[in-house]
Design a protein around this ligand. Structure first.
Ligand code: UGA
Length: 432
């Protein structure tokens, strides 16, 4: 059992704090947002993540998880202090380290005895060393270690990903820090990758950029499949059985969104540029991704014979992926305004993201069910592969549509089924 202090109760901080407490540690989560902390004390969480609220409440009740706005109190008995504040992108694509710097200064001011200070936020290579300098300057001593322990959880399956982590990357400079962090991860019985701090920082960017590359790669293969009459889902299956390639992240569609891939690919391009290197592959990955989302728009225009003005279009799914209300870099943010500007009437439905979507998309009209969205629509477009859509009664859906046109950006249904039902069904990388 260890005493841990986690600074920042955003996605990463909250999920890691809760999971570290659930395996038996005594965890105090700190945030400057008083309102957030008051809510968290009651088990009210600021994000949508399946299972997270129950786990927060359980660990509060079992007295292992605490919330406070007082950094000094939280740090007092902690052996490990985890920095998990946001690193939003600047205009230039570089990560903004303002919050990390502020936290490092506060840690330095409150540092009285040896602690391992860990960065979990995704930060540019070299940040660990920079933080070390700041803390030492504020503390007036160097009785501490800095370390990097990047996070690999996915939104929507964050708890599962943390509890079943496939590896823990531990970037350290001393054996003492290595032992503390190895012990902390022991209960997860996972692969430990021990590296220096710069390498650990780089692993996070390389992993995300590689996954983004897989997605853009399969999307380009999908686009060729359409031209030559092949089926990308079978191509991906055939490729994926090769262990060297792997099955994951080969689902063609409308490209990646979210808070991580767009931000991290961009940041890596910047890191490379600052080091004097032109990261060509990742630049192309971004370009392919930026265009891929408009494939559904093009397919819609084709299905409706070139004119969507005055047509009613149902949009199913607004979030960047299922099981989240996160709208960051969601394809819907680009597609819906394009439909609006062409004079289409858009009615959208998403199981949880409608409230957030309204803040992002001007004039967005939403309804309370997918049935309402498709009623009398000239076409339906699927943008997010929610389970709820997988389970739709397609016969009934067809009877509600004015024209049986479905544009599926997520390849959710078998072609044969759609053909038998009599749909005009255009998906990605498959026959129409
Ligand atoms: C991603 C990584 O998967 C995590 O490992 C990482 O920790 C996280 O970023 C982060 O850096 O914090 P996340 O953004 O939550 O996690 O979402 P993913 O499930 O990876 O999906 C990202 C996007 O790729 C979604 O828009 C999804 O629809 C798209 N995607 C994913 C595809 O288009 N095809 C696929 O085959 C897989």
């Amino acid at each position: 059992m260890m005493n841990i202090c986690v600074i920042g109760t955003g996605y990463v901080g909250l999920v890691s704090g809760v999971c570290f407490s659930d395996i038996g540690n005594n965890v105090t989560c700190v945030d400057i947002d008083e309102n957030k902390i008051e809510n968290l004390k009651k088990g009210i969480i600021p994000i949508y993540e399946p299972g997270l609220d129950e786990l927060v409440l359980k660990n509060i009740e079992e007295n292992r998880l605490h919330f406070t706005t007082e950094l000094q109190t939280a740090m007092n008995d902690a052996e490990v202090v985890i920095i998990a504040v946001g690193t939003p992108p600047k205009e230039t694509g570089e990560a903004d380290l303002r919050f990390v710097e502020a936290v490092a200064r506060s840690i330095g001011k409150n540092l009285t005895d040896y602690k391992v200070i860990v960065t979990k936020s995704t930060v540019p290579v070299g940040t660990g060393k920079w933080i070390k300098g700041i803390i030492a300057e504020e503390a007036g001593h160097s009785n501490f270690d800095v370390a990097s322990n990047p996070e690999f959880l996915r939104e929507g399956s964050a708890i599962y990903d943390t509890m079943n982590m496939e590896r823990a990357v531990i970037g350290v400079e001393s054996d003492k820090a290595k032992d503390v962090l190895s012990n902390l991860h022991e209960p997860f019985q996972t692969n430990l990758v021990i590296a220096d701090i710069e390498t650990a920082e780089m692993i996070k960017y390389a992993a995300n950029a590689f996954l983004a590359t897989k997605i853009s790669f399969i999307n380009e293969i999908a686009n060729i499949c359409e031209l030559v009459g092949a089926d990308v889902t079978k191509v991906a299956e055939g490729m994926g059985h090769d262990n060297r390639i792997g099955k994951a992240f080969l689902s063609a569609g409308i490209g990646y969104g979210g808070s991580c891939f767009p931000k991290d690919t961009n940041a890596l391009i910047n890191i490379a540029e600052n080091a004097g290197y032109n990261l060509k592959i990742v630049k192309d990955v971004e370009n392919v991704n930026a265009q891929q989302r408009y494939r559904v728009y093009d397919k819609l225009v084709e299905a409706l014979n070139g004119d969507i003005s005055g047509k009613r279009i149902a949009i199913l799914g607004l979030a960047f992926k299922p099981n989240t209300d996160d709208m960051r870099a969601a394809p819907s943010i680009d597609i819906i305004p394009k439909l609006h500007s062409d004079g289409a009437e858009v009615l959208a439905y998403d199981p949880v993201a409608m409230k957030n979507a309204k803040k992002e998309i001007a004039g967005l009209q939403t309804v309370e069910s997918y049935e309402q969205a498709v009623q009398d629509a000239d076409a339906v477009i699927i943008l997010t592969d929610w389970n709820e859509f997988k389970e739709m009664d397609l016969q009934d859906l067809k009877s509600k549509l004015r024209h049986p046109v479905m544009i599926d950006g997520r390849n959710m249904f078998p072609l044969e089924q759609m053909e038998n039902l009599g749909f005009y069904y255009a998906s990605i990388g498959r026959k129409t």
